[in-house]
Ligand binder design. Structure first.
Ligand SMILES: *Cc1c(COP(=O)(O)O)cnc(C)c1O
Length: 240
């Protein structure tokens, strides 16, 4: 547990340093704890230290941990979402960051109508063009946003992406620049029901680059909770 505390301090320092580097205020960047595979004791420890935002990838894990979390954290869904799991996800989350196709948004709208509620979402963009990553392709994003904006129960609040896993920082930066460009373009259109304020990008290995490129939410797992048992392909690849 002491490790989690120390790791959080290191992350906060990294956020502060890169904000300074890019002339931003640390308050502009929220830290989301990516808690896939992490047990509730560890998550609650981080929450007791003052963290307030967590993200889960799998419906099953939400079901197991969702009701055991302390202090009412804001919960985001950051994994690939299948239509038939929408109902379950809605029980636990405040925001779905992984809307990447209209069929999914339409099913979500139907369920929200049924439950008489609304939901914040981000549109997930595949900025790395890797098959293993979900998300709408950059040149199809505007079209998807326009379509989803017609669904009155769904409020689009931003964009999310997973940067390319590359040692070449230039390649990672290109992914984040792509997301920022889309945000700028969408904001210029002033679409009703679309508020493109949030850019969810950057993880343990590339958060500095993401912050420099305008991230408002970074999603950090390994650097806080340690290495996971499963490779990320288990979470990011539909065939597994
Ligand atoms: C696991 C995960 C993260 C966090 O990745 P780390 O490298 O462990 O920081 C961020 N975003 C998504 C969508 C994830 O699945």
């Amino acid at each position: 547990m002491k490790t989690i505390e120390g790791n959080l301090q290191i992350i906060k320092q990294r956020i502060a340093d890169s904000c300074k580097q890019s002339g931003r205020h640390p308050n502009e960047v929220k830290l989301l704890l990516a808690t896939k595979t992490v047990d509730t004791t560890s998550i609650n420890y981080a929450l007791e230290l003052g963290e307030t935002l967590i993200g889960e990838n799998k419906v099953q894990e939400l079901k197991e941990k969702g009701s055991m979390l302390k202090g009412n954290p804001e919960v985001h869904f950051i994994g690939h979402l299948q239509s038939n799991k929408i109902k379950d996800v809605l029980k636990y989350v405040h925001c779905i960051e992984s809307i990447d196709r209209f069929s999914l948004a339409k099913k979500l709208q139907q369920r929200l109508e049924f439950e008489n509620r609304h939901m914040d979402v981000y549109i997930q963009v595949n900025t790395s063009f890797e098959d293993s990553k979900f998300g709408v392709l950059p040149d199809k994003t505007l079209e998807l946003i326009k379509a989803v904006s017609q669904l009155n129960r769904i409020h689009i609040k931003g964009l999310m992406t997973i940067g390319v896993l590359s040692a070449v920082s230039k390649e990672v930066r290109t992914c984040f620049k792509t997301l920022k460009d889309i945000q700028t373009k969408v904001n210029a259109l002033q679409l009703p029901n679309v508020e493109m304020n949030e850019l969810s990008m950057g993880m343990s290995g590339d958060l500095e680059i993401a912050i420099e490129e305008g991230a408002t939410i970074i999603r950090v797992g390994t650097a806080i909770f340690g290495e996971r048992m499963y490779p990320d392909s288990y979470y990011w690849n539909e065939t597994l």
